[in-house]
Design a protein around this ligand. Sequence first.
Ligand SMILES: [Zn+2]
Length: 256
Amino acid sequence: MNNIEAVADVIAAAKKTIIFTGAGISTESGIQDFRSPGGLWEQWNPDELTFDKFMYSRASREHYWGFSRAIWPTMRDARPNIGHYAIAELYKMGKLDAVITQNVDGLHQDAGVPDEKVIELHGTIRWVSCLSCGKRWRREDIEKRMDKTGEKAPECECGGFLKQATIAFGQSLPLKAVQEAEERSKACDVFIVAGSSLVVYPAAQMPIIAKQNRAKLVIITLSDTPHDHYADFIINEKTGPTLTAIGEEVKKKLKK
Ligand SMILES: [Zn+2]
């Protein structure tokens, strides 16, 4: 039996499957990994985009929005790939407890996983929120407003600063999302890492939590991860074709 079949067996028998996704699944949709060589963090200095600087000066907020608007068109136009659709298929088969993602692109929802099944640890680029009162707007609406008014660092009617609803460097993660991710990681029977190099914390803690609570751990990624020695299965292949193959096997097994 190969790894694909073995993993499909585990999923078919599991009550709760968690899929944990990172940049690797979205690169297959043309979204660059910010951390990769030639990635965004080589074009935009992350030290100039920290949460502290954003709060401290208007010039920094304008700089942040310049960065934010530069990456938006790629994010807006990106479409889910076969990996996202394979995960949505697992949901349709009743085999997905939740997706925990480090990605901010909203592509799991576009592929058909309902919002309440997607835990976005690093927020979402699809929304803009007020840092004072918490009011939210769809990103498109803020883009239109900025085009029309020429604002470079938009503010809320309450006077608070508006920011894309992702987590900036030095900004705390959404507590509710982190807690939910931890609880679901504890309770799952199988935890599948897809396209994450597992180096960013606390996100990278989730597979460990799952493993400590006796879940089977599957890691699908092109590069090594620091948690490979915990894994029950390691598949060093692209996430799209691998998740598709696993999904097809699960479907066959469920039909039997
Ligand atoms: Zn406000």
